[in-house]
Design a protein around this ligand. Sequence first.
Ligand SMILES: Nc1ncnc2c1ncn2[C@@H]1O[C@H](COP(=O)(O)OP(=O)(O)OP(=O)(O)O)[C@@H](O)[C@H]1O
Ligand SMILES: [Mg+2]
Length: 157
Amino acid sequence: MPLVRVDLAKLAREELERWADTAIARNMDLGYKGPEEGIEITGEPHLLRELLGNLVDNAIRYGRVGGEVTLGLTSMPATLYVEDNGDGIPLSERELVLERFYRRTEAGGDGCGLGLAISREIAVRHGAQLAIGDNPYSCGARVTVTFSNIEGLPHKN
Ligand SMILES: Nc1ncnc2c1ncn2[C@@H]1O[C@H](COP(=O)(O)OP(=O)(O)OP(=O)(O)O)[C@@H](O)[C@H]1O
Ligand SMILES: [Mg+2]
């Protein structure tokens, strides 16, 4: 994969614009918390867009109608997260939802259970780790991707 310098802050804000209408249709407040620019990593922009898109798609799909979806970004190491106010993902299923084709019985809708598996794969290819947790501010999920500063560091799959 051809690697370039990517500003995650710019990429994230561009990606969020693509989801604005979908969020409005669900009466959700789609927001960005982070710097306007300057969080650089080495990566492949199309794959990173797909990763972000999958996480935002899930947060809008499984989050609470009328609630908030927030994409946040912090530095050192570059870390991005997407959180929502839905029912969240129970501890017992956090590994399972990362497997291909696994969907929670509550999920409904027409997904095929690939978004998170693909996202984790993209994260791993970037030497990053994807973790599923709770939204610290309310109910709902927070999915975090942490990009290691150190290239070539061994990572868990
Ligand atoms: N933010 C979230 N809140 C609650 N459940 C979630 C969230 N994100 C994912 N899930 C659960 O994890 C399952 C797997 O998610 P994943 O994105 O891999 O597949 P999908 O959304 O079902 O289909 P698609 O391939 O279209 O993304 C979902 O079916 C849903 O049950
Ligand atoms: Mg999905």
